[in-house]
Design a protein around this ligand. Structure first.
Ligand SMILES: NC(=O)c1ccc[n+]([C@@H]2O[C@H](COP(=O)([O-])OP(=O)(O)OC[C@H]3O[C@@H](n4cnc5c(N)ncnc54)[C@H](O)[C@@H]3O)[C@@H](O)[C@H]2O)c1
Ligand SMILES: [Zn+2]
Length: 360
């Protein structure tokens, strides 16, 4: 059996890699369960997966970043509360990071916590968010500001789901994996290998290879989470690229997907490091040319997404901000990541200007 164990102070759980959809048989054996799935995933897998579940145990909802809210959570509570199964209810969610966040929030709050099985269906969720132990909701214009720490009790990863993913959504996952390639041990020494790996991953045609890259990403993420499950220290470094990335998701009205925003955020953070003399300019140019810039091309980036005042406003709202200045995770020396909390607005503005010149 192909399993990884994730340890958590809340509960340990395993991530099982499965070859095909026959794992659904095991879900059907569960007693009191309800399946939660977004409309898009439902449509793609209606005949192969969802028609196998009894209709009354299936909740199909509209899901997108605007609906990752308490409103959606309350609609789900409304359907679950009348059921006779209470604490013994298991939620089963099929979907990307958005469904994970919504179902995870419901599972963690209903009856102070019920069982939850998660089947990630996007590359981003398989390689990154699924094992994050966190649930997050957006509130008004604030992203991921409500949430809980609550791992699923079991995760099944089946890369067959990736066949129906839109190219942009697949590349969003690639973006988050690029971040892990820059966070692994000796990232500079391993740079050429990482560049080749990402090129092959983008082809989305070699199942065994994709599974290995997902496993590697999970191991890297685990190494940052170990000993800091609740985000008080080194786990914060996983936010590399996310400060500006989250802001761009918002200013583009989510036309820039999460992982692409992360790549742009990494380019930005690295520019600050070059300016401070913390990383070599030549190395940075190589990373941009071969690893980062080729992977943001699928999105038409408009200048208006990068408006200084609006971006600054968004970054000021980031939940990780703890001082008057701005927080940023950035590389130092041999690409060792550090978190600073004193990026001033001038340095932010001049770097944003440089970034626009490079990418728009
Ligand atoms: N909780 C965490 O630890 C954590 C970590 C990272 C990211 N996130 C969150 O995850 C979200 C991004 O996740 P995502 O990239 O998976 O996005 P997503 O869940 O929005 O999925 C992207 C799109 O792909 C569609 N889709 C999903 N699976 C499909 C499939 N197999 N075939 C066809 N279409 C499919 C979805 O309907 C959606 O339109 C963000 O909201 C981010 O904040 C959470
Ligand atoms: Zn992310």
């Amino acid at each position: 059996m192909d399993k990884l164990i994730i340890k958590s102070r809340i509960r340990d759980f395993d991530v099982e890699f499965v070859d095909d959809f026959s794992f659904v048989d095991k879900l059907l054996d569960l007693k009191n369960y309800v399946v939660i799935v977004g409309q898009t995933v439902y449509k793609h897998y209606k005949n192969t997966i969802f028609s196998r579940f009894p209709k009354e145990q299936l909740i199909i909802i509209k899901l997108d970043e605007k609906r990752k809210t308490l409103d959606t959570v309350m609609k789900i509570y409304k359907k679950l509360l009348p059921l006779s199964s209470k604490k013994n209810l298991t939620l089963i969610s099929f979907g990307g990071g958005i469904n994970q966040d919504v179902t995870g929030f419901v599972a963690s709050t209903l009856y102070r916590g019920i069982n939850w099985v998660y089947i990630p269906t996007t590359l981003l969720a398989m390689a990154d968010s699924a094992i994050g132990l966190k649930t997050s909701l957006n509130h008004e214009s604030y992203k991921n500001v409500l949430g809980t720490f609550y791992p699923p009790s079991k995760i099944y990863i089946c890369t067959d789901f990736l066949k129906t993913l839109k190219k942009t959504d697949y590349l969003s996952g690639v973006g988050e994996i690029i971040k892990f390639m820059l966070m692994k041990k000796n990232p500079v020494k391993n740079l050429d290998g990482s560049i080749n790996k990402i090129e092959e991953l983008k082809l989305n045609n070699n199942k065994k290879f994709i599974i290995n890259v997902i496993k590697e990403s999970i191991e890297i993420k685990k190494s940052y989470m170990e000993g800091d499950e609740f985000d008080l220290g080194k786990r914060n470094l996983l936010n590399y690229g996310h400060e500006l990335g989250h802001a761009l998701e918002a200013t583009s009205n989510f036309a820039v997907p999460h992982g692409i925003g992360v790549i742009i955020g990494i380019i930005f953070a690295n520019l600050v490091s070059v300016h401070r003399g913390w990383i070599d300019e030549k190395l940075n140019k190589k990373i941009n040319r071969l690893l980062l810039l080729p992977n943001i091309k699928t999105i038409k980036l408009k200048k208006e997404y990068f408006n200084y005042e609006i971006i600054l406003e968004k970054i000021k709202k980031d939940k990780k901000r703890i001082s008057d200045k701005l927080p940023l995770v950035l590389p130092k020396n041999n690409f060792e990541l550090v978190k600073i909390i004193d990026l001033d607005f001038d340095e932010f503005g001049t770097t944003l200007h440089k970034l626009i010149k490079i990418i728009v």
